[in-house]
Design a protein around this ligand. Structure first.
Ligand SMILES: Cc1ncc(COP(=O)(O)O)c(C=O)c1O
Length: 435
């Protein structure tokens, strides 16, 4: 399958002009024909209300504690705080609430204020920002790195700065939305290869590079809906063979994947061989902000041509200080990553033994395929009732018959909590005919 612009699968569902696929009910709201621009919002509000009344109340839940293995959320029925087992956070090592991280962040707030009040190019760069950029460059075995306001901004800004109409970008089918948005903004010709399909990537590269266009291959390191990992050891030589460049989105890998948590390139033995590595401070590092690492010339170029860097305020110093401390902890205390993997392995093996389809996950993201959306909603509602929080993934993010729970594991989950989750999953899996 070589498909230009959109994959065959994604093209089957209705799309927004930005190319985002939508479910039929969302598309119905979005396509509201009224001359009043807000009519679509009013129609969507009615749809959301009906969903909530049907007990499908899974989004924007209020948390009253940090994301940690046991978190506190507000019960929408009683209005009271309620303990939940957290299986829906990307703070994989649970360090967002580590006292040392909070202390560093508080100290930075005292010294620099709670925000920067400027874009990075003007008054928005502190010595802490410079230190973090150096740290991240070293982390990724690159010459230089730059911090963007978010991971989303890092992808959109980098891709749109590098690619022009006439250039070619080649994406894995399951790359993150921010990559697709960057590609659209750039105006480059976009091709999609089958997920992790190297024969397919090779065919696409052979075709597009024969035309002599500048070509960028982009892949997620860890795929956020599948939990699997890009075969970078195969992608790097292919990209070299065809004279293209490679960009890696390592958002879910930083701190988690690889023997020392340095990410997908470390895991695949290709550190220093990826042209452009994007990471985020918002997942394992527990803050907010994105980063891009590469050669010094690339990073200087991005500071002036990356519009989401140039025209958006910089990450607050307290977040930068927290991120630096998390990196210290990751480097000095491997036990957090070991605990994460212990919990993940236990969950993966137990769910598989029960008969659940958990795809081919290789990370701390465990997708649990339930089937149709109705069963998924019912099951998720019962899990929440039982005090277990996980995320909901349905069509069009995944095919209609493969709607799924998305568990994100954390370091420090108690064995008794994991066993309780598994027991609940066993009961519900049988009740809904999933296992
Ligand atoms: C693979 C991937 N890339 C980029 C992003 C965007 O990162 P951020 O949330 O830090 O903006 C995400 C966030 O969900 C992601 O999963």
């Amino acid at each position: 399958m070589i498909s230009k612009s959109k994959s065959v699968k994604k093209a089957q569902s209705p799309q927004s002009p930005a190319g985002q696929p939508m479910s039929e009910s969302w598309a119905k709201c979005y396509q509201n024909p009224s001359a009043d621009l807000l009519a679509k919002a009013h129609e969507f509000a009615r749809y959301l209300q009906a969903e909530r009344e049907g007990g499908h109340d899974f989004f924007n839940r209020e948390f009253l504690s940090p994301n940690r293995p046991r978190s506190v959320m507000r019960d929408r029925v009683t209005g009271q705080p309620r303990d939940v087992i957290m299986l829906g956070s990307n703070s994989y090592l649970g360090l967002t609430a580590d006292p040392r991280v909070i202390e560093a962040s508080v100290a930075a707030a005292r010294k620099y204020g709670f925000g920067m009040g400027s874009v990075s190019l003007y008054a928005g760069t502190s010595d802490l920002h410079v230190e973090l950029e150096h740290r991240l460059a070293k982390w990724y075995r690159c010459e230089s790195a730059v911090i963007f306001p978010s991971g989303y901004a890092a992808n959109v800004g980098t891709i749109s700065a590098l690619l022009r109409p006439g250039d070619v970008v080649v994406n894995d089918l399951f790359n993150h939305a921010s990559i697709n948005d960057g590609c659209r903004l750039s105006g480059a010709r976009t091709y999609t290869y089958g997920h992790r399909n190297m024969r397919n990537l090779s065919r696409v590269l052979k075709t597009v590079t024969a035309e002599g266009a500048s070509t960028l291959v982009i892949t997620d390191g860890v795929f956020s809906m599948e939990g699997d990992v890009a075969p970078l050891d195969e992608i790097v030589p292919l990209v070299r063979q065809y004279g293209a460049r490679l960009m890696l989105d390592d958002a879910h890998a930083l701190g988690v994947i690889g023997p020392n948590g340095r990410g997908t390139a470390e895991l695949c033995g290709v550190e220093g061989q990826v042209d452009i590595t994007m990471g985020t401070l918002s997942k394992c590092l527990g803050g907010i902000g994105g980063c891009v690492a590469g050669c010094a010339d690339l990073i200087d170029y991005l500071k002036f041509f990356g519009r989401s860097y140039f025209f958006s305020a910089s990450v607050p110093a307290p977040i930068v200080a927290g991120a630096l401390t998390v990196l210290d902890i990751i480097e000095q205390e491997p036990e957090h990553r070991e605990s994460l993997w212990r919990c993940t392995r236990y969950m993966v093996e137990s769910l598989k033994a029960m008969g659940y389809d958990i795809t081919n996950t290789q990370s701390a993201i465990i997708p649990v395929v339930i089937g149709d959306e109705n069963s998924l909603q019912a099951m998720l509602g019962e899990l929440l009732e039982a005090g277990i929080f996980m995320n909901f993934v349905s069509f069009p993010a995944v095919p209609k018959t493969r709607c799924r729970l998305r568990m994100s594991m954390m370091a420090g989950h108690q064995q008794s909590d994991l066993d309780y989750v598994l027991e609940t999953m066993r009961k519900l899996g049988k009740k809904y005919g999933v296992i």
